[in-house]
Design a protein around this ligand. Sequence first.
Ligand SMILES: Cc1ncc(COP(=O)(O)O)c(C=O)c1O
Length: 359
Amino acid sequence: MSETSPKLRAELEGIPTYKPGKPAAADGPVAYKLSSNENPYPPLPGVMETVTAAACSFNRYPDMACAALTAELAERFGVPASHVATGTGSVGVAQQLIQATSGPGDEVVYAWRSFEAYPIITQISGATSVQVPLTPGDVHDLDAMADAITDRTRLIFVCNPNNPTGTVVRRAELERFLDRVPSDVLVVFDEAYREFIRDPEVPDGVTLYRERPNVCVLRTFSKAYGLAGLRVGFAIAHEPVAAALRKTAVPFGVSQLAQEAAIASLRAEDELLGRVGSLVCERVRVVDALRAQGWTVPETQANFVWLRLGERTTDFAGACEQAGVVVRPFAGEGVRVTIGEAEANDIFLKAAEAFRREM
Ligand SMILES: Cc1ncc(COP(=O)(O)O)c(C=O)c1O
């Protein structure tokens, strides 16, 4: 037998691995997971009942077209059903968008640091990442991003609010930016945290999509709607982008449980958005407390805060863990901390205060 291994695509070499948020230790004192921007609330009883009922038929394949969910989303956003494309979380849909637009020789532009899946899914497609540094204030530098467009650019991600900094870009600067993007380049607004935005100057990407055929909006049920474990997200895009998403979808990728839970969540939106409101209040409390402790915290519109700790990042994350909360360190850069239950936020604030005193 020959000793050579199967030939794999060269593009996979050196691909960064996605680092999921570390789980809370099962045997620790009190341990809260503030490392994955999850929703701390348990599933709503009504959503749970729907999912339990759907579980009775998981011997069957799901509806491949996600027809009922698509119809519900189309109605909710006032868009044609043919402009809605669902997928296995919004990261799944983001990957389909790259597959549909970009291959070897093509460029995908995005801010950096931003959502860590972007470099991975770009490299898998064989396309080239063009990373445009955030401004010193940790905000997308839209002028520099527009300057980075070449005739090889196929797709641009605008993560609004940006993961992991929580910062936003506002209407006037976005319009100016979009005016500079050629109409054959797809601009993807990744709005995974849209429901947490309270700044009235941040436009809903769907309004931008309505005016511009090259704009696509990504949304998810994982954050505000609390369905991270069920894997369902969607895009709103014009043809032919939406059609391309249907072509690139993994057949039967979105489970029936996920489809039904998403529909039930849309119908329970008032209650779910009430929970988001409480998390936003917690966000304000945490940011105010951190600033009172002397930290510099960028203005966040998401369900997390960013502390640019540089060389102290890993030590800070260790101190938080010791105290009972797991956060998300980006070594040498900073720490992202999800807004969780009030008790978890209190533990985090105490750990931050103690760390600050020793700095
Ligand atoms: C900016 C951003 N986009 C997309 C996602 C992916 O979410 P999901 O695949 O769960 O919909 C995340 C998850 O953390 C995110 O932070």
